[in-house]
Design a binder for this molecule. Structure first.
Ligand code: AMP
Ligand code: TRP
Length: 332
């Protein structure tokens, strides 16, 4: 018996980085066996910033390959591309009419993105979290595994669900976010959240040489200027990554020897690199295999879209009827 339904999504914006992997995808894989999991490549969301058409096509395929390589198994979860189920946008319209603009203007991600792209603050960027709410609620999902940056959007989803239920009768659950202990990975600059747009990321499919170069030059505890200065693992992003990729013995040793300056940052980074590559190498190998077998990827996406289409259509029938844009409520 599955414990409930999970929905989560990722934008096909190029690389999938360690922040995505540690903050979200790793737990998507873990949750797959205990929950009814639906995972989505959110291409409509990726249209809110200017993009190249061919690049989006490539990125959607590449995101699917990466997710499957990370261990999502189409036998145990549903993986699909958002735009294959256009009912998401239909529900978005209805939710738009229940979403005060003030709520949307207050969203941190909107504020950040509209700062970064002053020349292109479009309706899609403002309405982005409404589409996200529709993604989740069209499957009546109860749980949403995401990184910390998305918690605000899940809260907004709950508010939209509540408003809909109050106006039109009990229909949607109020979904809960599911966070990992490391729900926020900082970038190689050590200061800001790892993110594609800030170019401070380490892509999980990058070559070992590229990954080492990025780790080697990553910012650690900035107060540790000389090799002999003691450091504080508590404020070091690299230590956060050790907690994900290293053995308990390595973690305990680094925690101890960093504080006493017995171990230097370079050695600490080498240990992290080796442990990280031991973890990433099988993923990279699987990705190479999948790239040589595009039919397997496409058929997983097709099957996922078919399943989601049926579920979404059923909920939309209920929503259309309850909101008055259809005459009768279906009896399901
Ligand atoms: P996105 O790439 O924005 O579509 O994000 C996909 C998932 O990765 C979401 O659940 C995010 O919360 C998560 N995520 C993105 N960046 C980070 C980060 N730096 N640390 C932790 N989680 C992240
Ligand atoms: N907005 C999410 C992000 O940037 C991606 C996303 C879209 C999502 N729809 C979702 C996440 C639904 C969870 C549930 O990471």
């Amino acid at each position: 018996m599955k414990k409930g339904r999970i929905f989560s999504g990722i934008q096909p914006t190029g690389v999938i980085h360690l922040g995505n992997y540690v903050g979200a995808i790793q737990q998507w894989v873990k949750l797959m066996h205990d929950y009814d999991c639906i995972y989505c490549i959110v291409d409509y969301h990726a249209m809110t910033l200017e993009y190249e058409v061919q690049t989006l096509r490539d990125n959607i395929r590449e995101a699917a390959i990466t997710l499957l390589a990370c261990g999502l198994d189409p036998e145990h979860c549903t993986l699909f591309v958002q735009s294959r189920v256009p009912e998401h946008t239909e529900l978005t319209w209805i939710f738009n009419c229940l979403s005060p603009i003030g709520d949307l203007e207050r969203m941190t991600q909107f504020k950040e993105k509209s700062q970064q792209h002053r020349e292109d603050i479009n309706m899609g960027l403002l309405g982005y979290p409404v589409l996200q709410a529709a993604d989740i609620l069209i499957y009546k999902a109860g749980f949403v595994p995401v990184g910390e940056d998305q918690v605000q959007h899940v809260e907004l989803t709950r508010r939209i669900a509540r408003r809909f239920n109050n106006r039109f009768g009990e229909t949607f659950p109020e979904p809960q976010e599911v966070l990992t202990p490391t729900s926020r990975i900082m970038g190689t600059d050590g200061k800001t959240k790892m993110s594609k747009s800030l170019n401070n990321y380490i892509g999980i499919l990058e070559s070992p040489e590229a990954i080492w170069e990025k780790l080697r030059t990553s910012v650690t505890d900035e107060r540790r200027i000389r090799r002999t200065d003691p450091g504080d693992p508590g404020v070091c992003n690299l230590f956060t990554m050790h907690k994900v990729f290293s053995s308990p013995e390595d973690i305990a040793r680094i925690n101890r020897e960093c504080r006493t300056a017995e171990i230097g940052c370079v050695e600490c980074k080498k240990i992290l690199f080796n442990n990280m590559m031991a973890h990433l190498e099988p993923i990279q190998q699987k990705a190479r295999q999948l790239r040589d077998n595009p039919d397997a990827v496409l058929s997983a996406l097709d099957e996922g879209a078919g399943r989601c289409k049926k579920m979404a259509e059923q909920v939309m029938q209920e929503v259309r009827a309850k909101t008055g844009i259809r005459q009768t409520v279906p009896t399901v």
